[in-house]
Write a protein that binds this ligand. Structure first.
Ligand code: AMP
Ligand code: TRP
Length: 333
């Protein structure tokens, strides 16, 4: 047990389906990292409140997220799968992180700048601003060695390391300094319709987004209508051929074939044949995941019992860190 690395990651329950970008950029690694590590995976529902708040949807999406994570291969026996709000220590440490962070450094967070700019800075809420400090608490509570996330989370991990170092220096050794674990190749999946933009749930239209819970027909159709270019060579060239390069990345990541092998395999084919092959790989990859998730969602009591057990285990670890933190801060317990 003690030689294992502690892994912590989180994902927001902000839609009823994860998309391929979430899977390739983050969740696929979560599954792989369960083996040989002590992994804690958190559905960060409190973070989701920093966006649009809809109680019916939040409940539905939290359960849908849990079902998909288990269906993808997150095993409640191997790892601790839990819901952030069921572990009140996240709020407790979140406040402490807010008292440690400077307004200047928090203002430099690009996710905050992007998201607040989108809705107009005046309508942005305080929770969006303090989001990274709650994320730091998520990570530090579990004394995580590694935090598997997509490239866009690098800055939040850096902030977490800064806050942990600052706390340890001022108040005594309390937190392990975590490392980001960022997948380099294939880490970024682009929108099928606009292959220069990241595949994202917040893109205006879903026609370029491959969702795990979508029907096979719909996903196949989206791939077949993906934007490409006026040439006809299946070749990886992100600048000149972003659409084809994205499809090559998608195929390669899911099929395990190298990009070079795929270029050779489709050297004599047009884009139509290539898209058909990509569609088949994606549809067959998603099929069992979607089926298993739908099955889990049918028995809500069972799904909730899995989450309650995960949250119970998480609280045990989190409570220890909070005790040490409070003690080092001179908080009377
Ligand atoms: P989000 O749902 O956008 O908060 O993202 C959840 C996780 O998926 C984060 O760790 C992101 O870095 C990752 N992610 C989201 N979209 C993509 C994408 N298009 N390509 C790669 N990773 C992504
Ligand atoms: N901010 C992360 C994202 O947008 C989600 C997240 C919240 C997270 N807490 C975390 C990721 C802790 C890793 C560790 O994807």
């Amino acid at each position: 047990m003690s030689a294992q690395k502690r892994i912590l990651s989180g994902i927001q329950p902000t839609s009823e389906s994860f998309h391929l970008g979430n899977y390739v950029g983050a969740l696929k690694q979560w599954v792989a990292l369960q083996d040989g590590n002590d992994a804690f995976y958190c559905i960060v529902d409190l973070h989701a409140l920093s966006g649009e708040i809809d109680p019916t949807l939040l409940r539905k999406r939290t359960l849908a997220s849990a079902a998909q994570l288990i269906a993808m291969g997150i095993s409640p026996e191997k790892s601790t799968l839990f819901v952030q709000s069921q572990v009140p220590q996240h709020n407790q440490l979140g406040w402490i992180m807010e008292c440690l962070a400077g307004i200047g450094e928090a203002s430099r967070m690009t996710q905050f700048k992007d998201k607040s700019a989108k809705g107009g800075a005046d309508s942005a809420r305080v929770g969006l601003f303090t989001y990274p400090m709650l994320q730091a608490a998520d990570i530090l509570l579990y004394q995580a060695h590694q935090v598997p996330v997509g490239e866009d989370q690098r800055q939040h991990i850096e902030l977490t390391r800064d806050l942990a170092t600052r706390f340890n220096t001022r108040f005594g050794d309390t937190f392990r300094i975590p490392e980001g674990y960022i997948l380099k190749s294939g880490a970024k999946i682009y929108d099928l319709q606009d292959p220069t933009a990241k595949m994202s749930k917040s893109s205006g239209s879903t026609s370029g987004v491959l969702e795990i819970m979508d029907t096979p027909e719909s996903n196949a159709k989206k791939i077949k209508s993906a934007a490409t270019d006026a040439q006809r060579e299946v070749k990886f060239d992100e600048k000149a051929k972003p659409g084809i390069s994205n499809l090559l990345t998608i195929h390669s990541t899911l099929s395990g074939k190298s990009i070079a092998d795929l270029e050779a395999e489709f050297a004599d084919n047009g884009y139509g044949d290539f898209k058909g092959a990509v569609a088949e790989v994606v549809v067959e990859y998603f099929r069992p995941i979607r089926a298993k998730a739908l099955e889990l969602l049918e028995d809500e009591a069972h799904l909730l019992s899995i989450l309650h057990e995960g949250s119970r285990k998480a609280r045990e670890v989190a409570a220890e860190t909070i005790n040490t933190t409070y003690r080092n801060l001179g908080i009377v317990q």
